[in-house]
Design a protein around this ligand. Structure first.
Ligand SMILES: Cc1ncc(COP(=O)(O)O)c(C=O)c1O
Length: 399
């Protein structure tokens, strides 16, 4: 047997073990025409004919080739990219912006390079895998988790390290991707300010992936909604969710931008995104600024309220979230798969989120509401979940 065959056997055996414990990941193609309660396309811009036409117009008007042709540091840079970054920085009220090929690259680049030797990172227990990827190879001396959105626990952990001369980074998301709850950002800022009134060596890093386009005036995000722009060291906005595009931007000081250009390996050693991707991001920001999108945002928040006000599940089965990300929790991968497949058969696209993506016992069906969903689709979904749970109460009585 040659080495290649042995490797195939080893990989197959590992996959079989995953299959046996119902943890095998698979690529699935969503059935066409089913109702989307799953994607991160919160504003429905992926379906928008207006955005599509504006994108095609933008492409037509660009005097550029299609591919960027290289890393940003070699041939991949352009005035178009610089102008887009300036526009994005201004829109979100930041000093500067730096585009990355993905949110994953941006977080990995930020967390792997910015903490200096011996620094400390405190991170919310539920931060995204991309933050872990960056922390894993960072030079930070300590990586300390704090209980999810628990300001008391954060304070206790800060208390233990407050006298250090090292930099301390606190990493949070604004809308948590799997739970949908919103971070107590004001309180977190206050705690940091109570230790470092002038931001001496306590730095807040905020991932706005799921808030982008959804919260804040015209979708500027939650940092902007709370007026905390000056209190945050770095912000991540992804274009890959509500903005129907790809890529992400890190907002922060010009020094941070220059530092990342010099040290962030995902930016330095990867071909920069194509002009067609930049044009799509440009078009998405045009959409965000439009009044039409504001109406879609209002509709989305109305649908979220309707879902919350009408659904009635036993305690513990519905996650406490007021955002468009909702979670129906069941204990174990098999029950969660059963609910998802029941809803799929009725024509709803929803996905089971199993352990290890979420903690054991916290498996859930993740439901995302969208600007392109209708009130009656939401009502049908709620009724169907009730039927699965055998909850016998009419929707009308809750409205
Ligand atoms: C909170 C959070 N941060 C970062 C990312 C990565 O973004 P992207 O999909 O653009 O790589 C995601 C996407 O799943 C996310 O949910």
């Amino acid at each position: 047997m040659n080495n290649m065959n042995q490797l195939q056997l080893q990989m197959n055996a590992t996959l079989d073990r995953r299959r046996d414990i119902a943890k095998l990941r698979r690529l699935v193609v969503n059935p066409v025409d089913n109702i989307d309660f799953s994607s991160n396309d919160f504003l429905g811009l992926s379906y928008s004919k207006t955005m599509r036409q504006e994108y095609l117009n933008e492409l037509q008007s660009m005097p550029f080739i299609l591919g960027s042709t290289g890393s940003r540091l070699l041939d991949g840079n352009s005035q178009y990219a610089h102008d887009l970054e300036e526009r994005i920085a201004k829109f979100h009220g930041a000093e500067s912006a730096l585009i990355f090929n993905s949110g994953f690259d941006a977080n990995a680049g930020l967390f792997s390079t910015v903490p200096q030797k011996g620094d400390i990172i405190l991170y919310d227990a539920l931060v995204h895998a991309s933050v872990h990827e960056g922390m894993r190879i960072s030079r930070a001396a300590q990586l300390i988790p704090f209980a999810h959105s628990d300001v008391g626990d954060l304070t206790m952990k800060l208390e233990g390290i407050k006298d250090t001369k090292q930099n301390i980074f606190v990493a949070v998301e604004t809308v948590y991707s799997m739970d949908g709850d919103i971070a107590p950002l004001n309180e977190i800022v206050q705690v940091l300010r109570s230790y470092w009134p002038n931001g001496e060596n306590g730095f807040l890093i905020v991932d706005e992936a799921h808030a982008t386009g959804v919260y804040g005036d015209h979708g500027r995000g939650i940092v902007s909604q709370f007026g905390l722009e000056k209190m945050v060291f770095a912000r991540l906005h992804t274009f890959s969710k509500a903005l129907a595009s790809n890529g992400a931007v890190i907002l922060g000081s010009e020094t941070l931008r220059q530092y990342l250009i010099n040290y962030a390996r995902p930016l330095i050693y990867s071909t920069f995104m194509s002009f067609s991707s930049l044009a799509l991001i440009q078009t998405a920001y045009n959409q965000l600024e439009s009044d039409e999108t504001k109406k879609i945002q209002d509709h989305l928040h109305n649908l979220t309220r309707r879902f919350r006000n009408t659904i009635c599940l036993p305690t513990g089965n519905l996650l406490p979230s007021n955002s468009p990300i909702q979670g129906v929790v069941l204990n174990g991968n098999a029950p969660v798969r059963a609910l998802a497949s029941y809803l799929n058969q009725l024509g709803f696209i929803v996905k089971p989120i199993c352990s290890p993506t979420v903690p054991k016992g916290q498996e859930r069906v993740r439901i995302c509401l969208h600007g392109h969903n209708t009130v009656s689709q939401v009502d049908d979904l709620v009724q169907s979940i009730h039927t699965f749970f055998n909850v016998n109460n009419s929707l009308e009585s809750k409205l």
